[in-house]
Design a protein around this ligand. Structure first.
Ligand code: AMP
Ligand code: GLY
Length: 436
């Protein structure tokens, strides 16, 4: 037991990653920057206050602490080149370089890449001039209703319009009114796809792809997928809305093809490649790639991962993922329900005392991962953000996991707490479902 790890990030995703990494007998200590109250409560894990943008100082700190591996949670540091910078100091990183992170951070580049390597995706065209973009929306031979700012816009740069007028208004907001600043200098106009959205993530060392079981996120605030979009109100895994045959296609035609294509472009892509898929009537189509683990998908995925996460991430960095057999608890299901604070997603409420946690955490196979929680007076925990925490349950069926996680969410209380009572509902209502 001698390995020291630094995890970058502070959300529920990083809480789940730290929890799973701490389970490894190979790992001595884990630092998480900036971490959180929940992350610090894990044995072997400390939260540290580091300026991750100052990569020279960060590299010096890593050397001082004998860090063997840095795992990067969010997309921003990846897109800013943290891996390139730390690598020049000889520090090993789980995550792609700046060039690799373009697959998420530059949608125009990503779409061109998908076309070049024949990765199934929606038809599209990119524009920098508003008039041309609007002309295209009016005349395209398909419903060109999805308008995306090409750059990173904190998950907010996509408009799925219900009319051409609405799509044109989105073009004006992004290109003319610069709603997302430089992230919106180019817009991607895409064909509207219909179907079920499924997140398919994979570990990769730049050659081998090891696919994780499919998961589904719930973007809308309200039951029945209604109301405004959020950062994700819950997730479940495995998601039965994609067949094993379709998953095999996603592995070969999307994930492996992308990793091979990146290699041809001179990019050795190491880390997690996340394919956001739409399972349409004519098969799975790629909506987007992310260059990292998903949140909240990671919280449920980590509950089902059997193999040592440190061994997997180290193998990716060392280029020998092929030699690791990544195992998942295939007979089990995990469901995670997010509890958000009052006003979310428009606003959030801070400082409300959270109760009921000890009752929930004493139950078997239930985990609570913090997203926006702070320490209050007298050792209490208080809300500190929009999404506050995710409570996840692992059970032998999806139905039972959903019911246990939802009732556990009801036991956690603070003024204004809101959560969805129907996480995993699409798995139970869709005719494609195999479980029913
Ligand atoms: P993205 O960040 O590209 O995944 O887009 C965010 C969300 O917009 C996705 O999770 C989908 O719900 C939706 N979306 C993106 N592209 C499309 C598309 N071509 N057709 C329908 N919905 C889409
Ligand atoms: N679950 C969506 C994301 O991580 O981007």
């Amino acid at each position: 037991m001698s390995e020291n790890i630094l995890v970058i990030g502070s959300g529920g995703r990083e809480h789940a990653l730290c929890w799973k990494l701490a389970d490894s007998p190979l790992v001595k200590s884990i630092y998480c920057a900036p971490g959180s109250v929940g992350i610090s409560s894990i044995l072997k894990v400390d939260s540290v206050n580091l300026q991750v943008e100052d990569t020279t100082a960060l590299a010096a700190w890593c050397k001082e602490k004998a860090i063997n591996l840095v795992i990067i949670g969010p997309e921003d540091p990846l897109a800013n080149g943290i891996v390139d910078a730390l690598s020049t100091h000889g520090i090993k990183c789980f995550g792609p370089t700046k060039a690799g992170a373009q697959i998420e951070a530059n949608k125009d580049w990503s779409k061109k890449f998908m076309s070049k390597y024949q990765i199934p995706t929606a038809r599209y065209q990119s524009f920098t001039a508003a008039e041309e973009a609007k002309e295209f929306i009016k005349k395209a031979p398909f419903p060109a209703l999805v308008v995306k700012a090409s750059g990173l816009a904190a998950g907010k740069g996509v408009v799925v319009a219900s009319s051409k007028e609405e799509a044109c208004a989105a073009v004006d907001a992004i290109l003319t009114d610069s709603k997302y600043g430089s992230a919106g200098e180019t817009v991607v106009i895409e064909e509207l796809l219909e179907g079920d959205e499924v997140s398919v993530l994979a570990f990769t060392d730049g050659e081998t792809v090891s696919m994780m079981p499919p998961a589904q996120d719930h973007k809308r605030i309200g039951d029945g997928d209604t109301g405004p979009n959020t950062g994700g109100m819950g997730a479940y895994c495995p998601c039965p809305l994609i067949t094993p045959e379709q998953l095999a296609d996603v592995k070969e035609q999307v994930l492996q093809r992308a990793v091979d294509g990146l290699k041809k472009e001179g990019i050795k892509y190491v880390g997690v490649l996340y394919a956001g898929m739409m399972v349409t009537k004519s098969g799975p189509m790629t909506l987007e790639f992310n260059c990292r683990f998903g949140d909240p998908e990671t919280q449920v995925l980590m509950l089902l991962l059997e193999t040592d996460l440190y061994t997997i991430t180290k193998a990716c960095v060392d280029g020998n993922l092929k030699q690791v057999q990544v195992k998942w608890e295939t007979e089990m299901s995990a469901v995670g329900v997010v509890i958000a604070s009052k006003g979310y997603p428009e606003t959030s409420t801070k400082g409300c005392v959270i109760s009921g946690l000890s009752k929930v955490q004493s139950r078997p196979n239930i985990m609570v991962f913090h997203s926006g929680v702070a320490r209050g007076a007298n050792e209490s925990l208080v809300t500190a953000g929009g999404r506050v925490m995710l409570v996840a349950a692992k059970r032998s069926s999806l139905r039972s996991a959903a019911s246990v996680a939802t009732s556990a969410a009801a036991d956690i209380d603070f003024p204004g707490a809101q959560y969805r009572k129907d996480i995993a509902h699409r798995a139970f209502s869709n005719s494609l479902t195999h479980e029913e």
